[in-house]
Design a protein around this ligand. Sequence first.
Ligand SMILES: Cc1cc2nc3c(=O)[nH]c(=O)nc-3n(C[C@H](O)[C@H](O)[C@H](O)COP(=O)(O)OP(=O)(O)OC[C@H]3O[C@@H](n4cnc5c(N)ncnc54)[C@H](O)[C@@H]3O)c2cc1C
Length: 396
Amino acid sequence: MDFQYSPGQEQFRQEFRSWLEANLPDELRAFDTHFDYVPETLEVFEQRRALQKKMFEARWMAIWWPPEYGGRGAGLIEQVIYDVEYRRAAAPALANFPHINQWGPTLMSWGTEAQKRRFLIPMLSGDETWCQGYSEPGSGSDLASLQTRAVDQGDFFELNGGKIWTSGANYADWMYVLARTDSKAPKHKGISCFYLDMKSPGVEVHPLVTMAGHRHFNQVFFENVRLPKENLVGPLNEGWRVAMTTLTFERAISGGSGHDLQIQRLAELARTVTLEGKPAWEHEWVRQQLAQFQIECEALKYTALRALTRQLKKLPPGPEQSTLKLTGSELSVRIARFVTELLGGYALIDAPSEPLPDAPRWYNLVLNGRMLTIAGGTSEIQHNILGERTLGLPKE
Ligand SMILES: Cc1cc2nc3c(=O)[nH]c(=O)nc-3n(C[C@H](O)[C@H](O)[C@H](O)COP(=O)(O)OP(=O)(O)OC[C@H]3O[C@@H](n4cnc5c(N)ncnc54)[C@H](O)[C@@H]3O)c2cc1C
């Protein structure tokens, strides 16, 4: 591995860093983009949408997308530099996160030219927002068992059923949705993928509030919804292949990020909070735990670089993506547990106080720490993938 950036790459880094310094409003700086990627209020949602528009106009959105769809056609290394700088600036998740990373490339692979021209630029600019309608009650890990039906009625498909855990459906203009179009075919064969206008008659969005009191999720019901025929993405009854494209991109971003920033902030906190009569930092086990987290962050960083090296050499994806997803999300849970040991009762107070001015951040981290071990495929499913595909263990 060559860890040095070329002068051109260094210049690219400086250019993006300076742009963010000049244009990112302080009030939009986030603690962890993964825990609040659906903003709690419409006001924050609109502020982030405005930032997205500005980034889009300066051509700083999805730089890896082809120029004809608003990107720069940037290479992998620029993409890595971009991500590092974005996190360093504590910039927030934008309106179409994570759809720009997972649905955008899916549409590029499977959409018709007309669909790409119609949807990709408004997705990037934030003029239109999206949500993902895959999971159903009873069909999460076993997604192919989904029961929502789209029945061919000649001029249109009629959609009935419902989706659950739909992040951000309350803000979305469009949903990419999986539905069964052939109920007699084996379960992976009779599914199709569509896009759905969320304002269509018969679509109802009901909130599901998380234990942190946040309306992140929704349950979405469909009753006799008319889906125009041109809303089909990819071939009829081949939606499972379309979904697999989305999930491959989703897994790559579901391990969480910013652990290193959390650990830095925890090390600062440990010097100021008192534990058993002395600064927490003076307890050996506190320093050892922080050092252990830092070591694991470094291991994650080098695993990510190994994955990048494979991509640069145009090798097929290896086990790194599932490893990153599994270890990154499990690290989030352990960091959350450590926060409770360090902060005691303060970790569960959602309001700033003198000893802990940024208490809401820790409160959210503690209560949301586990979510990444479920989103985009649970830890148990990642264990199955690694066991079966990497280690060649027999299937259960
Ligand atoms: C933060 C967050 C955001 C999400 N956003 C969306 C979204 O926008 N759109 C969307 O469609 N979905 C979304 N989801 C849903 C997510 O994809 C599902 O929750 C996930 O796939 C798990 O499905 P489930 O909840 O039905 O659990 P289940 O599949 O019912 O699993 C229950 C338990 O059984 C275990 N289990 C299941 N099968 C196996 C097996 N074969 N081997 C071993 N253990 C097994 C699981 O690991 C889990 O512990 C989101 C979830 C979260 C947490």
